[in-house]
Write a protein that binds this ligand. Structure first.
Ligand SMILES: Cc1ncc(COP(=O)(O)O)c(C=O)c1O
Length: 430
């Protein structure tokens, strides 16, 4: 072949190869191909409750003030808007039931473009290819993609309805140590509040023990605890629980990741990190090389919303909007899945998700008998297997994540009925 007519083949980097094949693209493709599909898969927030009035008010106020407008339209600093960081820190400290032994300073608060960016920056700062992060099994599946992106490995720890089981964490660490892999363990990843995918909250006793175990096994390097608090504000009932950071006496272990995505607007892409002192510089270096600061205009809007009480008002709107939807999903689960022997599900008191277990042997995976049938019945769920790290605890084949954030209560009920019909049909042909 003539060299001039031959198109040059793309030669992917190792990074590009490691980033490929994440489930999110497959799920989005299904949703797009079948526009009528009743999706209980997407973890989006409810469009009806997005704070359009609050953001309009903030934009008008910012643009109506020449100095504020110019500042908002200019680049900001790598670590982010200082007023916003100060407010985040004050609110965080005020939320804890007691004062922290070693409270973070404002220089330890970094604003990022959504908390996913923070998780990436942390991964870039502490992980080398082959390193291990211990996660609940199941865990937030996009985070498993973040690990894959840097060539790191997720390792599942046994988890029940109170979160990661500390004894299992300790056992896995002992085994990894015996296998010569302790030097590879760099972090423990938790979503302590109303987690993704199970909707459960880690009990304070467990959180305290997990931090203690991380410190005990930090023999020649720090094993960080990444506390991803994405759903902290979406609490519909039950008491407020202290952050994992409250159990970190010297402040060197726990990394807190927060976001305004679920509590205000994901479109603004504003998240933050509260970092151990040693991680501030590496994370800011990574961020400086990437974007030298998250969108400044979005930070100004959030800052205004927090300062003027619009953010707190929005949290109330969300609680009132989501609580009945959660209720609708749990009632529909009782009504439609309840009569099917072998099914069970979590009973969250916040967040956006319910985690369901199908009868033993019924594979919920994309190639199993249920997934396609559920689509034929008109609904979509997230196959549970996507949420399990490949190493560590065994991966059950009969689980799924169901999301109640996007659909109305009626459609949630319809979706759950469709799911139950699909389960019965799949069972009949087994
Ligand atoms: C557990 C968890 N962490 C982080 C995120 C990322 O949120 P964002 O990057 O929008 O702040 C999500 C989004 O669904 C999530 O479920």
């Amino acid at each position: 072949m003539n060299a001039s007519t031959m198109s040059n083949p793309y030669s992917p980097s190792k990074r590009a190869e490691m980033a490929a094949g994440q489930p999110i693209s497959m799920l989005m493709a299904h949703a797009l191909e079948n526009a009528d599909l009743l999706s209980l898969a997407a973890g989006f927030v409810d469009e009806a409750t997005l704070p359009t009035d609050a953001v309009r008010e903030a934009c008008n106020a910012i643009m109506g003030d020449e100095r504020a407008a110019r500042a908002a339209l200019q680049y900001g600093s790598t670590a982010g808007n200082r007023r916003l960081r100060a407010m985040l820190l004050d609110r965080f400290l005020a939320d804890q039931s007691t004062s922290l032994a070693s409270p973070p300073g404002i220089d330890q608060v970094v604003i990022t473009a959504g908390s996913n960016q923070l998780l990436h920056l942390i991964a870039e700062s502490i992980l080398d290819p082959g390193d291990l992060v211990l996660c609940t099994a199941p865990t937030y599946f996009v985070f498993l993609g973040t690990l894959a992106n840097v060539g790191a490995r997720g390792h599942g720890i046994e988890t029940d309805d109170k979160g990661m089981i500390p004894e299992s964490l300790d056992d896995h660490l002992a085994h990894l140590n015996a296998a010569g892999e302790l030097a590879r363990v760099k972090a423990i990843y938790l979503v302590p509040y109303f987690d993704n995918p199970q909707g459960i909250t880690t009990s304070p006793q467990r959180t305290a023990r997990i931090v203690e175990i991380a410190k005990r096994w930090s023999i020649d390097h720090t094993i960080h605890v990444i506390a991803d608090e994405a759903y902290r504000e979406l609490r519909y009932s039950g008491p407020q629980v202290d952050s994992a950071r409250a159990y970190d006496d010297d402040g060197e272990t726990v990394i807190v990741a927060g976001t305004f995505s679920k509590s205000f607007s994901p479109g603004l892409r504003v998240g933050w990190g509260m970092l151990p002192r040693n991680l501030v510089e590496p994370v800011c270096n990574q961020k400086g090389n990437m974007d030298f600061g998250s969108p400044n205009f979005a930070q100004s809007i959030i800052c205004y919303a927090v300062e003027h009480g619009l953010f707190d008002r929005q949290i109330e709107v969300l609680r009132q909007g989501y609580a009945p939807k959660l209720q609708a999903m749990l009632e529909a689960a009782d009504e439609f899945l309840g009569p099917i022997e072998g099914t069970s599900w979590t009973h969250p008191t916040g967040g956006l998700y319910v985690w369901a277990r199908m009868p033993n042997g019924l594979n919920t995976g994309p190639d199993g008998p249920l997934f396609q049938r559920a689509i034929e019945e008109g609904m979509l769920y997230v196959p549970g297997r996507y949420c399990f790290p490949l190493e560590g605890e065994p991966v059950p084949e009969n689980t799924m994540r169901l999301s109640f954030g996007v659909q109305t209560a009626e459609r949630i009920r319809e979706g759950m009925r469709a799911l139950a019909t699909a389960v019965r049909k799949a069972q009949a042909t087994r």
